[in-house]
Design a protein around this ligand. Structure first.
Ligand code: C2O
Ligand code: CU
Length: 476
């Protein structure tokens, strides 16, 4: 039995927004309008109270914005919240002035006013949008949506589905608990909620057909929760990461791992499922493994699964010049159980009182995390960048996670190639916008500096970002 509220196909197709196609000189412009405003959402379902949320166009997640590569997007954002906002187009290569970082790339959008974003869509793929002002609260309250840019020739699938994954910290009355950026969350793993939703609902079952070919676009919009999804009994094939095509492959250990902000496109062929039911299990937190949703087979689309493999064609990313690259080291530090502090123990096992005092003072001031030794709190005009690059220059970043926590590190405006992880070259070419670093991990990434401007590099665990784990790379 599939209940009314568990059939998510309809939710995945919701458009919600008005769109008025228009013809520009060169590219065709497609317009959406997004209203950010308080709303109510039936997250929990089952006769439970509705949750007061902040939403784009009244829905959680916000409407899926769909475009085709080569189009020009025009998005009118109206702020009907009681506080300033902006919208960041996560993963999209946009002009700096369209990047949505308040005080850095634009003035914030004041309550009651409108800002129009407009940019060309250079890349196809699965992206997303969210506020970049008080994101710890605004994203947590529901402001986030998927942004899909279709290929000129999209691969043949039976259904192209969006699964927007989120989690919420709800009180018993189904309302969002208001303890944003408390010290406990901020100094540990971030705000991990108690309620996981798929496309804005606690899912129960998801109807599929035998031998159906699905393209699942997975987007993690949670503040802090990581997902590791296993499709029991099925053989998913990952065809894109963070929107960009990869050689199709089975995920490592069968699990699609998504840190906050990250996306994966997965081809799922609904082959033989024993009992007609395949659980999708999230086992990222080993102690708290749970079934996210059950795929339930009803009917059939063809007698046997499709065989042709899908390889998406690459996006037109700039070519790296690794020989002449400039190299920078970025070290992430701080947080609870700081390994650096632990290592600094004296021979008698005690802590160096000087070092302890310095850390205690920094943390007490809410500067919990550091990038190259500095907790960066306020971003505004005149802010010191981590370093500067010339447009077109290739840059290699050696990232080191010197903390006891996981950090999905996101770079704005530029797509990077993963060069090395733990000193080893990856087995396939991956272009991404977010690099997940587990405790103690190191990775090297390379990118070509985009157009002039200040571009953010930050942890996408929003409570970490808010308490120091961010920085700016200046191009110009
Ligand atoms: Cu998705 Cu700076 O963020
Ligand atoms: Cu982090």
């Amino acid at each position: 039995m599939i209940s009314r509220r568990s059939f998510l196909g309809a939710a995945a197709m919701l458009a919600g927004a008005t769109f008025l196609p228009a013809i520009a000189r060169a590219r065709s412009i497609k317009t959406y309008r997004l209203d950010a405003a308080p709303a109510r959402a039936n997250l929990v379902g089952g006769g439970q109270p509705e949750t007061e949320v902040w939403a784009y166009n009244g829905t959680v997640p916000g409407p899926a914005l769909r475009f085709r590569r080569g189009e020009r997007a025009r998005i009118e954002v109206r702020n009907a919240l009681a506080q300033e906002t902006t919208v960041h187009w996560h993963g999209l290569r946009v002009p700096n002035a369209m990047d949505g970082v308040p005080h850095v790339t634009q003035p914030p959008i004041a309550p009651g006013s409108t800002f129009v974003y407009e940019f060309d869509l250079l890349d196809a793929g699965t992206f997303w949008y969210h506020p970049h002002a008080m994101s710890v609260e605004q994203i947590e309250r529901g402001l986030a949506g998927a942004f899909v840019v279709e290929e000129e020739n999209p691969p043949a699938v039976d259904r192209d589905l969006l699964w927007v994954l989120d989690d919420w910290r709800l009180a018993r009355d189904a309302q969002i608990s208001g303890d944003f950026v408390n010290f406990m969350d901020a100094s540990h793993a971030g705000r991990i909620g108690n309620t996981v939703t798929l496309n804005g609902r606690i899912p129960e079952a998801f109807a599929v057909k035998a031998n159906e070919r699905l393209r699942l676009r997975l987007v993690n919009v949670a503040n802090a929760r990581l997902f590791a999804l296993k499709f029991r009994g099925l053989a998913p094939s990952v065809i894109a990461l963070d929107g960009h095509p990869v050689e199709p492959h089975a995920p490592d250990r069968g699990r699609v791992v998504l840190g906050p902000g990250m996306r994966a496109d997965v081809i799922l062929d609904v082959s033989e499922i024993a009992g007609g039911r395949a659980p999708v299990v999230d086992s990222y937190y080993a102690q708290r493994t749970y079934t996210l949703v059950d795929l339930v087979v009803e009917g059939s689309v063809r007698p046997a699964p499709l065989k042709e493999r899908i390889r998406l064609s690459d996006n037109p990313l700039p070519t790296l010049d690794l020989k002449n690259a400039v190299r920078h080291a970025i070290e992430f530090g701080g947080g609870m159980m700081d390994p650096k502090l632990m290592r600094a123990r004296r021979p008698d096992g005690g802590m160096d009182p000087e070092a302890m005092r310095a850390v205690r003072e920094r943390m007490a001031a809410g500067r919990i995390w550091t990038v190259n030794g500095r907790a960066i709190m306020v971003l505004g005009h005149g802010h010191e960048p981590l370093f500067a690059l010339r447009p077109g220059q290739t840059c290699i970043l050696d990232l080191a996670n010197e903390t006891a926590w996981a950090h999905p590190i996101h770079l704005h405006g530029m797509v990077f190639r993963a060069l090395e992880r733990q000193g080893r070259a990856p087995t396939r070419i991956e272009w991404r916008d977010t690099e997940l670093l587990h405790p103690g991990e190191r990775a090297s990434i390379a990118f070509v500096a985009a157009e002039p401007g200040d571009w953010m590099l930050h942890c996408h665990v929003l409570e970490h970002q808010e308490t120091g784990m961010m920085g700016i790379i200046r191009v110009g």
